[in-house]
Design a protein around this ligand. Structure first.
Ligand code: NCD
Ligand code: ZN
Length: 349
């Protein structure tokens, strides 16, 4: 879908299948950047306190819609935060609402705001059974939180300890392995059944773990799952550009104020929303696969979530521009990913 692919790219309006929007002043600060480009987004429920039930999800949805700039069309696709206590009745309410598109499994303690997450597979059996029955997808943060397991191996160990048993016991449950970071996850998804798909972030397509330590500790490149070795990055590029419908766009844009990132114990999360599609274009172009970006960004995610593909379009133009050094974030500032860096693609206003 493009005119002259070396200079401009016309794409169906994309969907962000993994987005953190936060709440309050932070929500108001970050939402316009996503809504400017993406028509819909799967909204992560890891607020503090988390979105545990349908009533909370609908209230949060209303707050998101109230923050959408006038004249912009943006649909938040809500999710629930799975806990050891999520009941089948709660799953039924979620599915009946028509506003909830998935339930997110955070292993307790694995990432930002995950303290209320799942502590054992046994405890979530009733919820998963109902989700499988009602065809409500499970979205997983695919890392174990076992201090004995090396942080660079936590995704592979999650596959063995958590994902494989779930796939075995719930063969009809649709599962999204969120923000995959390793060749192991890419292969597992590619070879898995059609019920299994994965999102891939722009930072994991563009960078390996050297980016964390380039010339000193780079707090703004720190996210979870953490960046991995080059062999893994290459496998993710191959997966994203494969044309397989199992891999689709999910930015995992995860905003934190400057002070929370540039700290002795900095938060995990890269704020990519203001440049996300441009980053994906850079990664796909480097792989010689710009012609595959449209399906990755607007088709495969929509198909997985059984939504119609967008009919309107957006244009990416080749144009050098500089990412701002920082941006307003309520009464604080936020440093975007690639701050002050030069980019070569820009979404047209
Ligand atoms: C996310 C956040 O800040 O909410 N952080 C991140 O590094 N990706 C949580 C998550 O998705 O793991
Ligand atoms: Zn996330």
């Amino acid at each position: 879908m493009s005119a002259n692919p070396s200079q401009e790219l016309l794409l169906h309006r994309p969907d962000d299948c993994h987005l953190h929007l936060r709440d309050g002043a932070a929500l108001a600060a970050v939402l316009p950047a996503s809504a400017r480009v993406f028509g819909r987004a799967i909204i992560m429920p890891n607020l503090q306190p988390p979105i545990l039930n349908t009533a909370q999800a609908l209230e949060y949805r209303a707050r998101i819609l109230a923050a959408v700039p006038p004249g912009v069309d943006f649909s938040p696709l809500m999710t629930l935060y799975l806990t050891d206590h999520t009941s089948p009745e709660e799953i039924r309410l979620a599915q009946a609402s028509g506003a909830i598109f998935g339930v997110k499994l955070y292993p307790a303690g694995a990432t930002t705001h995950s303290d209320a997450g799942v502590t054992s597979l046994r405890s979530i059996m009733p919820a998963l059974t109902e989700m499988e029955k009602l065809d409500l997808p499970l979205l997983v943060h695919g890392e174990v939180n076992d201090p004995e397991v090396d942080i660079f191996d936590r995704e592979q160990v999650f596959i063995d300890r958590v994902l494989t048993p779930i796939m075995r016991d719930f063969p009809s449950l649709r599962v999204v392995f969120e923000h995959i970071t390793t060749i192991d996850a890419a292969d597992y998804v590619a070879l898995g059944p059609p019920t299994l798909a994965a999102t891939i972030t722009p930072q994991h397509l563009l960078y390996n773990r050297n980016a964390l330590f380039r010339g000193g500790l780079q707090a703004h490149n720190y996210c979870l799952p953490v960046l991995k070795r080059e062999v893994h990055r290459r496998a993710l590029v191959k997966a994203a550009t494969s044309g397989l419908p199992k891999f689709f766009l999910g930015t995992d844009s995860a905003p934190h104020a400057r002070g929370a990132k540039e700290s002795a114990c900095g938060c995990a999360g890269c704020y990519t929303a203001p440049l996300a599609l441009e980053l994906y274009a850079e990664a796909f172009e480097a792989a010689g696969a710009l012609d595959r970006l449209d399906d990755f960004a607007s088709r495969f995610g929509a198909e997985f979530y059984r939504l119609p593909r967008a009919t309107d379009t957006i244009k990416l133009r080749r144009r050098d521009w500089q990412v701002p050094a920082d941006l307003p974030f309520g009464d604080q500032r936020i440093v975007p990913f690639r701050a002050s860096d030069a980019l070569r693609w820009k979404v047209e206003a």
